[in-house]
Design a protein around this ligand. Structure first.
Ligand SMILES: *Cc1c(COP(=O)(O)O)cnc(C)c1O
Length: 345
């Protein structure tokens, strides 16, 4: 693995911190929990898409593009980080937003990440839930190309082998930090959606021959489907990295019991995880992804899935900018005077 072979531009603050979570570990009474702060990559509030975009945007530049086209759900962190990346390289950005969530107040389509898309000057168009968004995005890209533009299409979540290189790179950063801290990591737990993060992690660990287990907590797909998606992309990424040997399917571990009512719908255990992490470590999660990842970690610790002497790293993939779009589900009950009561929490 020699990542400097691939074009890359700097978009974020790296390395992100690797820190112990002493209060959460004590509250749960299981293994020692650490956190890799990829919510702190800095790119217009940051998140896991920043690492992928360092490779994707460099590829766009190499291909002579002057515009980035991408797609995501309404509250997409990926779209917001792509809009931010475009500014830094002097490109335009256009996005398609899928209405996957239909149960939220109207402000869902104007606050949180959507507001940041506005501020970052990224025009977006909505599409109904359930359409093939990558197909829509490619159609828009072709239309712009036919009109004489130089658009570069980035798939949803930046999840293709080039984007996944970002998480192979994260593996190098993380194992270096762990070596410096004399910390043996047994497992990494994180939220998995479009599969690029987990695929990059697994391909990177495989290339480094590092025996660290990765557990993806699905935010959308059923376990078998998500394992297929991650494995396919991990195998392609491994090939791009030039790693020796096939990437075994049994390296892909996924749990799917924390999706709740569906993608983008806040779950009860996710909301409990948001409150628990905020009130033990002052770290903010988001309802769509990282809260479900953390709910998975908390449930596995409580179920005794890990030994007490293990060190588990939660990869915080970001997303807290979406919190404001979920105000109706997260706000404390109001008193008559507008304040909130301690007893009501
Ligand atoms: C995109 C995203 C994920 C999921 O990462 P994938 O690479 O799409 O699997 C997790 N957390 C947050 C906050 C995200 O924005």
């Amino acid at each position: 693995m020699h990542l400097a072979r691939f074009p890359r531009i700097a978009l974020g603050h790296f390395p992100t911190p690797l820190e112990k979570m002493p209060r959460l570990s004590a509250a749960l009474g299981g293994p020692t929990l650490y956190i890799k702060r990829d919510d702190c990559t800095g790119l217009a509030t940051g998140g896991n898409k920043t690492r992928k975009l360092e490779f994707l945007v460099a590829d766009a530049i190499k291909q002579g593009a002057d515009m980035l086209i991408t797609q995501g759900a309404t509250q997409s962190n990926h779209v917001r980080q792509t809009a931010a990346a475009a500014i830094l390289v002097g490109m335009k950005c256009r996005a398609l937003l899928e209405r996957r969530v239909t149960t939220m107040p109207a402000s869902y389509e104007s606050t949180g990440n959507v507001l940041l898309d506005d501020i970052l000057d990224c025009p977006y168009e909505f599409r109904p839930g359930g359409v093939d968004m990558n197909k829509e995005g490619m159609a828009l890209t072709e239309k712009l190309r036919a009109a004489g533009g130089k658009p570069y299409f980035i798939p949803g979540g930046g999840s293709n082998p080039i984007g996944a290189l970002g998480y192979a790179s994260c593996v190098q950063e993380l194992t270096y930090q762990a070596d410096q801290q004399n910390l043996r990591i047994h497992r990494i737990v994180h939220a998995t959606g479009s599969a690029g993060t987990q695929a990059g992690l697994v391909a990177g660990l495989h290339a480094l021959n590092a025996p660290i287990e990765v557990i993806g907590v699905s935010v959308r797909a059923k376990r078998e489907t998500q394992i297929d998606n991650v494995h396919r992309l991990a195998a392609q990424t491994s090939e791009l990295l030039g790693a020796r040997g096939d990437l075994p399917r049994n390296l892909i571990q996924v749990i799917d019991d924390h999706v709740g009512a569906g993608y983008g719908q806040a779950s009860e255990d996710g909301i409990a995880a948001i409150r628990m992490l905020a009130r033990t470590e002052s770290i903010l999660l988001d309802p769509v992804y990282s809260a479900k990842g953390m709910a998975g970690l908390i449930a596995m610790v409580r179920a005794g899935k890990f030994k007490k002497d293990e060190n588990i790293v939660f990869l915080h993939t970001g997303g807290a900018s979406a919190l404001y779009a979920y105000e109706s589900l997260l706000a404390a009950p109001r008193q008559k005077d507008g304040g909130t009561a301690a007893a009501a929490r």
